[in-house]
Design a protein around this ligand. Structure first.
Ligand SMILES: *[C@@H]1O[C@H](CO)[C@@H](O)[C@H](O)[C@H]1NC(C)=O
Ligand SMILES: *[C@@H]1O[C@H](CO)[C@@H](O)[C@H](O)[C@H]1NC(C)=O
Ligand SMILES: *[C@@H]1O[C@H](CO)[C@@H](O)[C@H](O)[C@H]1NC(C)=O
Length: 409
């Protein structure tokens, strides 16, 4: 692994880019695209059917490792079958028929869209945390106003389900955000957590976006890059330019962030209008995202769809990502990442690597990206510059596979 020279890598990269380029340059790209689209919808309905048969909250458990270790199919051949199966089987039968449910309404949440329900969510979480495989229920047809909150789990039981069928909205008053926070909803140090359901997380980002005209996007991006050896960004939130008229802080939060967790799943839900990045995984091992949706305007500044950083064994599939920045950004320290069947656009495409500034180690390895539809995207796949190769010893730039990109006009 260590013997992989930069020269070879560069050459390899060029080959890859050429292959990729020629792939979508060929005139049958559109035809292939349509064919694939069709196949994809078949697959989606199939997996839905399967999901229904299993009912319950727990059908997604088990078989996760299977998901992640499925080998990619040979290059450039149209996939006949989806490369991965929906995460079912195995654990299903063994899973408890009913999990203990903690409904946020029972903890005092109003769900009227204007009462602050943060405390109720905290209380429901505190209760669920004590019970293995319990469920926090955020019921449909309610709108919960929830301030910045950390669902923190170093002492929590495993395999908690966050069943989100209602809507969670972020506060738009600047005082809720102090001098600026890096995230709004945070799940930390958990094992086996699943967020699922048909619900929506709405970051009410518009109030942030309008203030960011003069922000340098490059600057913002570099703030997201954390050195491998560090667990939190050293940059302190920069104070507001005064407290004039309740302006939102300059640091804009990520809507939903997972930190330091194992085997986490996000499925079914939609995250929309995040002030900044929508869904972020940082220092996680075992990440599964499927049937997930991001929906934000193409002109919303710095709103990445999914941001991966220092994370390992990641599968993202069957998702639709519309946002104002990278649909998926694969940052430093990521390895064994498999991304397929993504509808990307509007957005800036998919980016790999970081800027390598300030001693950051923008090293990634074993990234596979396939079956992506890009529309209204500024770029396809961007590979950003890497830091000094010596810093990347543990990460061989071995596998990048970009297969079947389609650009319907
Ligand atoms: C995560 O899932 C894998 C595969 O199911 C399992 O081997 C591993 O022990 C899990 N990790 C934790 C921390 O539970
Ligand atoms: C690369 O990642 C895939 C999952 O995306 C995994 O199945 C495979 O074992 C990894 N390869 C290596 C050499 O680690
Ligand atoms: C990471 O930090 C620890 C403690 O600060 C230090 O001992 C170690 O050498 C660092 N490792 C690297 C690779 O920089």
């Amino acid at each position: 692994m260590g013997g992989f020279s930069f020269k070879n890598f560069t050459f390899f990269l060029i080959v890859v880019v050429l292959v990729w380029w020629s792939n979508f340059e060929t005139s049958n790209a559109r035809r292939v695209g349509k064919h694939w689209r069709h196949r994809r919808s078949d697959f989606t309905s199939l997996s839905k059917k399967k999901g229904k048969n299993h009912g319950g909250n727990h059908h997604h458990r088990g078989g996760k490792s299977k998901q992640k270790t499925h080998p990619p199919s040979p290059p450039l051949s149209p996939p006949q079958t989806p490369p991965t199966e929906p995460p079912k089987k195995g654990g299903d039968i063994a899973a408890p028929a009913s999990s203990i449910v903690f409904n946020v309404l029972d903890f005092g949440a109003k769900g009227d869209g204007c009462t602050d329900d943060t405390k109720a969510f905290q209380a429901a979480w505190a209760a669920a945390c004590k019970v293995e495989a319990s469920t926090v229920n955020v019921p449909a047809e309610y709108v919960f106003l929830v301030g910045p909150i950390s669902f923190s789990g170093p002492f929590c039981q495993h395999d908690i389900v966050f069943q989100l069928d209602g809507k969670i909205i972020a506060p738009t008053s600047s005082k809720e955000w102090g001098s600026g926070l890096l995230q709004w909803l945070e799940f930390t140090k958990l094992v086996g957590l699943t967020i699922q359901g048909s619900g929506i997380i709405d970051g009410n980002g518009a109030v942030w976006w309008q203030d960011s005209t003069y922000d340098d996007p490059i600057d913002d991006e570099s703030k997201l890059i954390v050195p491998l050896n560090s667990t939190s960004p050293q940059n302190h939130p920069i104070p507001l330019r005064g407290n004039l008229g309740g302006k939102m802080p300059r640091i804009k939060p990520t809507a939903l962030r997972f930190y330091g967790s194992f085997n986490v799943t996000v499925t079914g839900i939609t995250i929309q209008n995040s002030p900044q990045c929508h869904l972020k995984f940082d220092n996680c091992i075992g990440v599964l995202v499927y049937n997930f949706k991001v929906s934000s305007p193409g002109d919303s500044p710095n709103t990445d769809g999914i941001h991966l950083q220092n994370s390992k064994d990641v599968l993202v599939r069957s998702s639709s990502l519309a946002c104002g920045d990278d649909c998926i950004s694969i940052q430093t320290g990521c390895t064994n990442v498999y991304i397929h069947n993504i509808d990307c656009g509007p957005g800036h495409g998919i980016s790999i690597g970081g800027l390598g500034k300030d001693n950051t180690k923008a090293c990634v390895s074993n990234i596979t990206i396939r079956d992506i539809i890009m529309h209204n995207t500024m770029n396809g796949v961007r590979i950003k510059t890497w830091a000094d190769q010596d810093q990347c010893k543990e990460y061989s730039f071995q596998t990048f596979k970009f297969l079947k990109f389609n650009y319907p006009s």
